[in-house]
Design a protein around this ligand. Structure first.
Ligand code: ATP
Ligand code: MG
Length: 329
């Protein structure tokens, strides 16, 4: 049973359509990520669902209720924006309590719920601070607490981690996912970071130019991209046109193919048809550039020891399992 239903959603700014005919369904308690390049319409889609931007056509249903005629306040949706907007002249406690005051929750209840929300984001002792006395990651957590405290039916998170450093991002990612699961909160999360999407989501909607071009769980998106765009956006696929793919794989192919670099096996072989063109060290992985049958491909090898390093010019043979090859449109 669908909890969020979007049908044939249309949105244009003047003559320029951002999206046309967006359709999807989200189950209660699901964590769905909108993943896609800058400008593809992710924020606009969230803003339409929240009611902050009007739509030009289509339907948005939440738990069977048509949201389109409702004002943002009546939709009962929590949203955290790309740039967190805390009130600078209010303490953390008052920032978090803001939505409850709007809902006319009693002072005693409000205090208890704010305490609970700050505890969830591990800011128990920060209630009396002002935003300028907090780090970026702490501000982002206050924004999250502010959106959780009203117990919304739906939580919309628009790149809430984009301004933060890698370590805090990873920590907050786990915190957000933990809170979301503990509360069973239906969530739409926006990012253009594939790792974030792959690690956090129940399902990913991959967007390009105002369309959802593929949806599925992380494993499905990672191992079975349906288009060259999807293969290029997720993982570091080698995307080969039909003629290059036919030469490399030594069989006739009429469509483009995508091959994951870590699914190609590389063996030094003086008689091999491949040659190492160079390598880069990614830490746990060595990424080789190899030319075989006149086709250049990337091959990832686990960095087990320095002995594994094959210098430029090494003759090699590539083994490519059929299951590592995806046909892409
Ligand atoms: N208020 C507006 N008026 C006119 N055009 C807009 C407006 N808001 C967004 N757009 C345009 O709509 C398109 C989608 O923008 P949107 O902000 O939804 O992209 P996004 O996927 O969130 O990108 P990013 O990853 O950079 O945040 C862009 O081409 C943008 O320029
Ligand atoms: Mg955006």
């Amino acid at each position: 049973m669908s909890f969020v239903t979007v049908r044939k959603l249309h949105k244009s700014f003047g003559p320029t359509p951002v999206f046309a005919d967006i359709d999807f369904e989200i189950a209660r308690g699901e964590f769905v990520t909108l993943l896609g390049p800058s400008g593809c319409g992710k924020s606009t889609l969230l803003r339409c669902i929240a009611g902050l931007t009007g739509v030009d056509g289509g339907e948005i249903l939440l738990d069977g209720q048509n949201l389109i005629p409702l004002s943002p306040q009546k939709r009962d949706i929590g949203m955290v924006f790309q740039s967190y907007a805390l009130f600078p002249n209010m303490t953390v406690e008052r920032n978090v309590a803001f939505g409850l005051r709007m809902q006319k929750v009693s002072a005693a209840d409000s205090r208890e719920r704010v305490r609970e929300a700050l505890h969830m984001v591990e800011l128990d002792t920060f209630a009396d601070r002002y935003p300028h006395q907090l780090s970026g990651g702490q501000c982002q957590r206050v924004a999250l607490a502010r959106s959780l405290v009203t117990r919304p039916r739906l939580l919309l998170l628009d790149e809430p981690l984009s301004a933060l450093d890698a370590r805090i991002r990873k920590h907050l990612r786990e915190q957000i996912r933990g809170i979301q699961q503990a509360l069973g909160l239906t969530t739409i999360f926006v990012t253009h970071d594939q790792e974030e999407a792959l690690t956090m989501s129940d399902r990913i909607f991959l967007m390009n130019k105002g369309q959802i071009v593929q949806s599925g769980d992380a494993q499905n998106l990672y191992t079975a991209p349906v288009s060259a765009f999807a293969a290029g956006f997720i993982g570091n696929y080698n995307v080969l046109d039909a003629s290059s793919a036919s030469r490399l794989l030594q069989r006739p192919l009429s469509t483009a193919q995508a091959i994951r670099p870590e699914a190609i096996e590389l063996q030094p072989d003086a008689e091999g048809d491949g040659e190492v063109l160079g390598h880069s060290l990614l830490g746990n992985v060595i990424r080789y550039r190899v030319r075989a049958q006149g086709v250049d491909v990337l091959v990832d090898v686990l960095n087990r020891s320095a002995i594994d390093l094959y210098p430029t010019g090494t003759r090699v043979r590539l083994h490519i399992a059929p299951t590592a090859v995806c046909e892409v449109a």
